[in-house]
Design a protein around this ligand. Structure first.
Ligand code: C2E
Ligand code: MG
Ligand code: MG
Length: 673
């Protein structure tokens, strides 16, 4: 039902109810007044009748009485008349219209208070009903007229209202469709017109807002595009960085050759391909012979150059499909998928050795190194990565031991026991025979310039392999648990040296290096105390150096052993600090006296700002924890000056001297005290 119809019907209903009420009350009033008028007339008529009939009644003139009675009935409106004597005997009656409902009036005839009878008239209300009906018809006509008028007025009002509302309704629909900024016609100045005007203002406002939103949207779009560009740039940069990282993880930073991980991967691939083909191939392991000497005499920079040159020559000698990798130190591996048998392998190996053994110019000096090369062939010498690598290594070891230059793996090489077992046996013997000797490197106090102690660095005077650096046998000793006896051997030798220096009147504390496995030995401190007591030297003349990485293997056990050592009076310092990832909280808990900044940071201080920052923070960190700080790997005067200015406490390094045997150390000390 439309709003207009609802309104009209609503108003009509209200109007009808009111009209009905008015009608009813008017009719009631009219009826009441008609009744009264009728009663008054009846009363008058009865009185007149009584007066006219009194004489006839008293004289009992019945014929007169009847005549009078008949005359009364002819009066307007009287339908019945009757007269009774004093004893209520009906004497005369006339008329036919008697009806109980007719209006009656009785008149008593008395003379001096004595009743003589009574008369009564009955009046018909017939005329009265007609009056009422006429009145009712008029009222109904007026009511209908009014209803019609009200309906018309409401219809007109509704039309006006609806016109305005319909405009607003259409406008709302346009807004709902997203049209803004249009104006509806405004007519008049009433509330509805003001409402339409308000609607127009809203439409304009919405248009403005829409324009603003569009502008913002454009801006956001532009920003998004820009951001997308940036994200793309970043993603590209990340991808590049990832590729670089991946490259770094798989390559040796010094020579850019694949590292051991990548070699193992390529070897596994080669094995899979060769199994499918099937086709044999060769794996070689090559180790430079005099590399340590170059490093020690000409410095690490020269050593690095030599390694780079070697890598270049090897790569040049090989084919594109071959892989040359650096396994670590001066050890290389070569994977040759097209070398089928021992004859080919030997030819390539000789070519490689010739290339490597050509003199090299490093740092203005010409050096010549030899190399030892071992070959293992797939599948005759092994058909998995581990076997092939181990057997090529085994052959290389044989080549080195026999100074052969080149050896192809043979079964009997393994029969004699592998490299590890052999060296293990050798090392066991070396400890028993005293083949291990200690070299000493001084530490100096940067504030006073005075020598403050020495670090004992073990070497192995091997009967066939010559003087071996600790890197060659300490890892082996650690793997085979020979590290226990080895360390106690070193501690005893250092204690003896400390005592000798004390006895000679030149006391000097000696630091020994202990490994992770020693830290896991609950009796370690007791054993050290026993040795010191046996030798007769005070515990404060011996220090222990523990690498940060060793600490982190089992931090709890390490902490306990360090506590036990400091309890017996042996100071402990953290070696190679900066290479592990120990936390401040953990360091705080340790009973250590000093930290030694790893030489890799100290050596590069001159060239890398980053390393200077690291060195500075390690010094500050150490001092904050109440520890002394030692810089190791001091190779020149500039580094020493830099460390001094950063507040470092002690220095150690080639700039003072390389590690020396006891005799050479004494000589050095005489010239430097
Ligand atoms: P480390 O304890 O950090 O010893 C310092 C190493 O740096 C020594 O190498 C030393 O010769 C070398 N070095 C000293 N000053 C300089 C310098 O200015 N520049 C450079 N590039 N190097 C410098 P070394 O003697 O070859 O010892 C290597 C590592 O072997 C030692 O590192 C130590 O961790 C371990 N080691 C040495 N002797 C023992 C030992 O008796 N027992 C145990 N468990 N480990 C030992
Ligand atoms: Mg050390
Ligand atoms: Mg160190």
């Amino acid at each position: 039902m439309s709003f207009r119809l609802k309104m009209i019907m609503g108003i009509a209903c209200v109007e009808a109810v009111f009209l009905l009420a008015i009608l009813m009350s008017s009719l009631a009033v009219l009826t009441r007044s008609e009744h009264q008028a009728l009663a008054t007339r009846a009363g008058n008529d009865a009185r007149l009748f009584g007066t006219a009939a009194a004489d006839a009644l008293i004289s009992e003139d019945l014929s007169s009485l009847r005549r009078i009675t008949r005359a009364v009935v002819h009066t307007r409106g009287v339908v019945y008349a009757a007269a009774w004597d004093g004893s209520d005997r009906l004497l005369a009656a006339a008329g036919r219209g008697y009806h109980r409902r007719n209006t009656t009036a009785v008149y008593a005839i008395r003379i001096d208070g004595v009743p003589y009878g009574k008369v009564a008239v009955w009046l018909s209300d017939h005329g009265f009903g007609a009056v009422l009906a006429a009145a009712r018809a008029r009222i109904v006509a007026i009511a209908l007229g009014e209803l019609l008028l009200v309906g018309l007025v409401s219809w007109l009002l509704g039309s006006y209202l609806m016109r305005q509302i319909a405009r607003i309704e259409a406008g709302t629909a346009r807004i709902a469709r997203g049209e803004f900024g249009f104006l509806l016609p405004v007519s008049g100045g009433d509330e509805l017109a003001r409402m339409v005007a308000g609607f127009n203002a809203m439409s304009i406002k919405l248009q403005e807002l829409q324009a603003e939103a569009d502008r913002r949207y454009q801006e956001t779009q532009a920003l998004n595009e820009k951001l997308e560009g940036r994200v793309q740039e970043r993603t590209l940069a990340l991808a590049t960085a990832n590729r670089e990282l991946e490259y770094l993880a798989m390559h040796d930073p010094l020579t850019s050759l694949p590292n051991r991980i990548l070699l193992q991967d390529r070897l596994a691939q080669a094995i899979r391909a060769a199994r499918r083909a099937p086709a044999p191939f060769a794996l070689m392991v090559m180790d430079l012979d005099g590399f340590k000497d170059v490093n020690d005499t000409l410095g690490h920079a020269a050593g690095d150059l030599l390694l780079q040159e070697t890598a270049m020559r090897v790569t040049k000698t090989l084919r594109q499909s071959d892989t040359a990798a650096r396994l670590g130190g001066d050890e290389f591996a070569l994977l040759l998928p097209t070398v089928a048998g021992p004859v080919d392998a030997e030819a390539v190996a000789r070519k490689l050795l010739r290339a490597v053994e050509e003199p090299v110019s490093v740092g203005g000096q010409t050096v010549q190194v030899t190399a030892s090369l071992g070959v293992a062939l797939f599948p005759v010498h092994g058909d998995d990565v581990g076997d092939l690598l181990r057997r090529a290594d085994r052959a290389m070891y044989e080549a080195k031991r026999g100074r052969l230059g080149l050896a192809i793996f043979k079964k009997d090489m393994e029969d004699e026991g592998d490299d590890r077992l052999r060296l293990q046996g050798d090392l066991q013997r070396a400890i028993a025979n005293g083949e291990l000797i200690l070299y000493y490197q001084p530490k100096i106090d940067l504030a006073s310039g005075k020598i403050s102690g020495a670090e004992a660095l073990v070497r192995w005077q091997h009967p066939t392999l010559g003087l071996l650096a600790p890197d060659r046998f300490i890892p082996l000793a650690e793997r085979t648990r020979l590290i226990g006896p080895l360390t106690f051997y070193v501690v005893r030798a250092a204690a003896r040296q400390a005592r000798a220096w004390r006895d000679a009147g030149r006391p000097l504390a000696i630091a020994v290096n202990i490994s992770a496995i020693n830290l896991e030995d609950a009796q370690f401190a007791d054993h050290v105390a026993q040795i010191l007591q046996d030798v007769g030297v005070d515990p404060d003349m011996i220090e222990c150096e523990v690498t940060e990485t060793a600490l982190m293997r089992d931090p709890d056990l390490a902490r306990k052993t360090i506590e036990a050592l400091s309890k017996i009076g042996v100071r402990v310092s953290i070696d190679d600090f900066g290479t592990g990832y120990s936390s401040m909280t953990y360091l705080r808990k340790l009973a250590v006296a000093a930290v030694k900044i790893d030489k890799s940071f100290v050596i590069d201080m001159g060239v890398s700002r980053n390393d200077t920052v690291i060195v500075r923070s390690v010094i500050d960190l150490g001092h904050n924890l109440g520890l002394k700080v030692i810089g190791e790997g001091v190779e020149n005067a500039e580094t020493m000056a830099a460390l001094t200015s950063l507040g470092c406490d002690f220095a150690q390094g080639y700039h003072l001297t390389r590690p020396l045997d006891a005799e050479a150390f004494d000589a050095w000390r005489r010239t430097h005290s």
